[in-house]
Design a protein around this ligand. Structure first.
Ligand SMILES: Cc1cc2nc3c(=O)[nH]c(=O)nc-3n(C[C@H](O)[C@H](O)[C@H](O)COP(=O)(O)O)c2cc1C
Length: 386
């Protein structure tokens, strides 16, 4: 059992998901006030009571409690930005926020799911929080939509646990593209005696949409549908051809903040683009944990806490996951060679990778593979525009 302290208390309690409500009132100076709470709950039907728990030190609650009437606004999944703004200490929280007065005179925010107008029934001290019980005076559903949820320090939304598998139109379209080029990639795989895979950009990921093995491949991975997150260092060969905002997101997501490191990465992308292909090198000792991370990511049901852990591991990978120049006479342990298939608008639509390369290869051998690979991807671009 972990030690019981503030951190474990927060971490364990963070496993209970909550909705998010904005408690509003008109302050004594006539201006609106609002406080974001996750502690809203219904208490009793008869009499109709609800409650929330503000911290005793809250400056906003000091203003809220002066008002006779307050309103609980249940935030929708579309209102994350509003929520973040109200949870901050910004001075201009109400700027640009549309609202109207409830019958008893407390703000109802435009776009909320529901509002519940109350008068204060009791305020009881409970440790470092107050338990504020409100007597419900009137209430209504404002907009039938899905709620904003809060779980392990991250925002999310409600999805139905449906018996129907979710369909991803992007993935279906990309798989069709991969099918159109499959024969040619099979030829490449046969020629070089290596496994080839085909990846396509899907949202913030590159997804495996084709795996071609003309040789017996003992690796169980990758499997179709698996995803690689587009964050440094992954997906260089795709990002090198992508637009500026995608490059920035790639670095932001990978936690690259230093200007010097960002400009180094930009140079690297520039070089990858000029060369038309990329090589990644991953020490064999790291390969097992790389596959492990990818499996977790691909399974798709990461909790926010687990995702933070993966992010940390991927950031660590950056140190080992070298790309860069290939010297003709040197020897390398290449992990992958990859080249994009450029679509008619100049953006990459697919990426073809050679994997399962021999553990040691000379620079001139790598250049020879890269030449076959880029000849293939150029032909694929032609097949897709035909
Ligand atoms: C999702 C979420 C839920 C929160 N729930 C509560 C809560 O139940 N009680 C509370 O006192 N503060 C809660 N807070 C913090 C307050 O919204 C707010 O940041 C804090 O009141 C600001 O401090 P101040 O009142 O001293 O200005 C929550 C914040 C977020 C983002």
């Amino acid at each position: 059992m972990p030690e019981f302290n503030d951190t474990t208390f927060r971490a364990v309690l963070g496993h209970y998901p909550t909705g998010v409500a904005l408690v509003t009132a008109i302050g004594s100076d006539g201006s609106p006030v609002g406080m974001i709470v996750g502690s809203f709950t219904s208490v009793s039907m008869d009499p109709p009571l609800v409650a929330y728990l503000p911290t005793t030190g809250s400056r906003i609650f000091a203003k809220l409690r002066e008002a006779e009437t307050f309103c609980i606004n249940v935030l929708s999944a579309q209102q994350e930005v509003t929520c973040r703004k109200f949870a901050s200490r910004a001075e201009d929280k109400w700027d640009g926020v549309a609202w109207e007065l409830s019958p008893g005179g407390a703000p109802i925010i435009e776009g909320v799911l529901a509002w519940i107008e109350c008068t204060t029934d009791s305020i009881t001290e409970a440790g470092d929080h107050y338990l504020v019980v409100g007597r419900v005076r009137c209430l209504d559903i404002h907009r039938p939509a899905t709620p904003l949820l809060f779980f392990q320090g991250a925002y999310g939304r409600f999805t139905m646990s449906s018996v129907i598998a979710p369909s991803s139109p992007e993935l279906v379209a990309a798989t069709r593209l991969a099918e159109r080029v499959r024969d040619r990639v099979e030829t490449l795989s046969g020629q070089l005696g290596v496994v080839c895979d085909i990846l396509a950009p899907i949202g913030c990921d590159l997804a495996y949409v084709g795996v071609v093995a003309s040789v017996t491949d003992t690796r169980p991975e990758p499997v179709l549908g698996w995803r690689i997150p587009l964050m440094t260092p992954f997906g260089e060969q795709y990002i090198a051809y992508a637009h500026e905002t995608a490059i920035d997101r790639w670095m932001d997501r990978g936690g690259v903040v230093e200007d010097t490191e960002r400009s180094l990465l930009r140079d690297q992308l520039e070089a990858a683009r000029a060369r038309g292909w990329s090589m990644s090198k991953l020490p064999p000792s790291r390969e097992g944990s790389f596959v492990e991370i990818m499996r977790e990511y691909a399974n798709g049901d990461l909790t926010p806490a687990r995702e933070r852990e993966l992010r940390r591991l991927i950031e660590e990978f950056r140190l080992d996951y070298e790309t860069g120049d290939v010297d003709e006479d040197a020897h390398y342990a290449p992990f992958t060679l990859a080249a994009p298939v450029i679509g008619p608008d100049g953006a990459p639509v697919l990426v073809v990778r050679l994997i399962g390369l021999p553990e040691s290869a000379s620079g001139s051998q790598i250049h020879a593979w890269a030449k076959e690979l880029t000849t293939c991807t150029t032909e694929l671009a032609g097949i897709l525009t035909a």
